[in-house]
Each structure stands twice: as structure tokens, then as C-alpha cells.
Design a binder for this molecule. Structure first.
Ligand code: SAH
Length: 359
């Protein structure tokens, strides 16, 4: 048995035995911290695969967007390039490679990574210093220097903890995790207020809210409002706030019970893009979209890039490129569930492709 499995589970069980059930929010935070801070983040063979790990074409499209956004910002001489939750550093490596196409841009960039896992910081530093850039790490967006910023967050918000509220009888209660009959189990806690958007609901209905996401969105928006900036938030989720349980755990590319192996599988919850947009606007930023990932990537020229990469490639690689592109853009794979939301400071106008109703 993997010792990190029992370590996190034991820690949670001890907490519950000492102080009673923990909120789902606390449970998710403990799982995420243990997972990314553990000795094998992402698992030995990978528990799941993110868009930048599917293909370089993803990061290249983001890089092209960043280069255009830099020009929209007036080609600032000093510009932060920020990534939130950079994982293995693959997306940033592809962005850095791509922005070189615009003369003068790379020299203005200062790289800032918002990452809480020290294991991953080491991995990211190693990978990105090869580009001749200095890498600065941050616990949150609050400490990013006061310069215009380009930023990207891919599958970052889904890892920030949510709270769940469950309707029991006439009231909504905080969803908790307790320990019963030798197993972790869901429980209902204190009576709480539901958010305005939620209807009355029926017994057993679940709604999700997240203060951690709200805090992260506010920090980004306030920084962008004060210093200028533009960025992309990419994640899976829904365009409108709706009721439903999206708390999920994935291990070795399969869904597993969220209470089964705390700390040794990837736990996430879908992002509520309507709420995220509201929080960004409340913090002083402008938002554009969201668009589906498929629409966004195709409008950014993914098909043209695919054709170009195929030109000199042997048949086997051409087949792979087709598969990778389909995985990123097709409705049945990542194309529809994943959304791209653009965030800018006021007065920049609509960044491509958010201004084009046909894109
Ligand atoms: N963006 C990457 C990896 C996403 S995994 C990709 O697309 O492949 C989530 C990332 O967010 C990990 O790097 C994890 O360590 C980081 N993370 C999770 N919670 C965080 C927090 N509260 N603050 C900063 N980083 C966090």
C-alpha cells in the first residue's frame, strides 16, 4: 500500500475523531494539498491528462493569444507573464517558445508562477530556466509585482476547494465528511444560507459555492484593474450557475469514489463560469466569453497549425496529430466541456476571438 494514501486518510480520520466531521471544503483542500505536494504528483503513470500534455498545439495557441494581448496592452517594456497552477510546466514552455515569434516581446517578460506545491515548483523551475528566464514563485496572485500582466490558468480553478450545500427537508445544510462504521461518509452539518441564484430545491439537492475561487478571482481582477493586464482562464465547467454535485476524483484515468483514497487521486469540481465572471467583474476586470475550448482553439488557428506540423511528419506522427487535435477540439472530448474565459483591464477592447460572433 502506498504510504501517502494511509497518511492522508489517517490524518483526516484523526481530525474527525478529535473534532467531529470536517466540511467538504476542508476535506477537498487536504486532498489537493496532499496530492500535489506528494512525492508523485500526477501519479507515476499519470492520473489524468491536461490539454497542454495532449499536444504542443494547445500551448502554441495560447502563446499566440498572449502575443496579441501584449500588443493590445501597448507593448509594455516590463510585463509579467503569470501562470496559476503550472503543473509540469508544459504549457508555459510552449508559450515561451511561441512568443519568440514577436520581436521584442520575450525581453520584456518576467516570469511569475503561482504554485503552492514545492515538489512541482522544482519541476517547473528546471523545465523553464532552460528558456533563459528567471522564475519567481508565489503563493497567490497578491504578491505579483505591480506591472501589466499576461496570465493563464489552465485547470487551476477546478482544484480550488468548493463547499457543498445539501437540501435536507426545508433547509440547506453544509455538506460534511464524517467517519462511520470504519469508513469516511458524507454527513449534513449546520444550516446555512443558499446563494441567491439557487432555487428552493428538493430534498437531497446539492449546490456548490467556493470562497477560495472567489478570492483567487478577486486578486486577479484587482491586479489587472490597477496595473493593466489580460489573461485566459480555461477549465471544465458550466456557463450558468446550476445545482448539481460535480465533486469528482480521478485515478489512473478512471473516476473513483471521492472518499476512497484521499490525497492519492486527483479531486476537482466543475467551475461555475457565471459566478467566476461575476467575481472578476466585481474585482474591476472586464470579461469576454466564455467560449468553448473547441471554438477558441479553431479560431486561434489550430487546424492550420496541425496542417503545418503534418507537412514534414511521417505517417505515424500525422495520425497522432489528428488524434491530438480531435481530443482538444471535438465536442465529445475536451472541446465542449472545457471553456475559455478572457479577462482584461478596462479599455482594451475585445481580444480575438471573443469579438467575432462567428468564431
Ligand atoms: N495547469 C496544469 C496543471 C493543472 S493541475 C496543466 O494544465 O497541466 C493544478 C495545479 O494547480 C497544480 O500545479 C497544483 O499544484 C496547483 N495548485 C493547486 N491548488 C493551488 C493553490 N491554492 N494555489 C496555487 N497553486 C495551486
Amino acid at each position: 500500500m502506498n504510504t501517502s494514501i494511509s497518511k492522508t486518510a489517517n490524518k483526516i480520520i484523526a481530525m474527525i475523531e478529535n473534532d467531529g466531521p470536517v466540511t467538504l471544503e476542508r476535506y477537498m483542500q487536504l486532498c489537493v494539498d496532499a496530492y500535489y505536494g506528494g512525492s508523485e504528483p500526477f501519479g507515476r503513470s499519470g492520473d489524468y491528462i491536461t490539454a497542454p500534455e495532449v499536444s504542443q498545439m494547445f500551448g502554441e495557441a495560447i502563446g499566440v493569444w498572449m502575443a496579441t494581448a501584449w500588443q493590445m496592452l501597448g507593448s509594455p517594456k516590463k510585463c509579467n507573464l503569470v501562470e496559476l497552477g503550472p503543473g509540469r510546466g508544459t504549457l508555459m514552455a510552449d508559450i515561451l517558445r511561441t512568443v519568440k515569434i514577436l520581436p521584442g516581446l520575450t525581453e520584456t517578460l518576467q516570469l511569475h508562477l503561482v504554485e503552492t506545491s514545492y515538489k512541482l515548483r522544482d519541476m517547473q523551475k528546471q523545465k523553464l530556466e532552460e528558456f533563459g528566464v528567471t522564475v519567481c514563485f508565489h503563493d497567490s496572485f497578491a504578491s505579483i509585482p505591480a506591472n501589466p500582466s499576461l496570465f493563464v490558468a489552465n485547470e487551476f480553478f477546478d482544484a480550488l476547494p468548493i463547499r457543498q450545500l445539501i437540501k435536507t427537508g426545508d433547509v440547506w445544510r453544509e455538506r460534511m465528511i464524517g467517519f462511520e462504521n470504519g469508513e469516511l461518509a458524507f454527513a449534513a452539518g449546520d444550516i446555512v444560507e443558499k446563494p441567491e441564484w439557487a432555487g428552493d430545491g428538493n430534498d437531497g439537492d446539492i449546490i456548490e459555492i467556493s470562497q477560495a475561487r472567489q478570492r483567487a478571482a478577486s486578486m486577479i481582477a484587482e491586479h489587472v484593474a490597477a496595473n493593466g493586464g489580460a489573461g485566459l482562464i480555461i477549465d471544465y465547467g458550466h456557463e450558468k450557475s446550476v445545482a448539481g454535485d460535480t465533486f469528482q476524483a480521478v485515478s489512473k484515468h478512471k473516476f473513483v469514489d471521492v472518499l476512497q483514497m484521499p490525497g492519492s487521486c486527483d479531486v476537482t469540481a466543475h467551475v461555475d463560469f457565471e459566478q467566476l465572471g461575476k467575481d472578476l467583474v466585481a474585482g474591476g476586470a472586464e470579461i469576454h466569453g466564455p467560449k468553448s475550448q473547441g471554438e477558441f482553439l479553431i479560431a486561434m488557428g489550430l487546424r492550420e497549425r496541425e496542417a503545418m506540423l503534418k507537412k514534414k511528419a511521417p505517417a505515424r506522427v500525422r495520425i497522432n496529430l489528428s488524434r491530438q487535435a480531435a481530443r482538444l477540439v471535438s465536442d465529445k472530448q475536451m472541446g465542449l466541456l472545457f471553456k475559455v474565459l478572457a479577462v482584461t483591464s478596462h479599455g482594451l477592447g475585445k481580444p480575438h476571438p471573443f469579438g467575432d460572433p462567428n468564431a
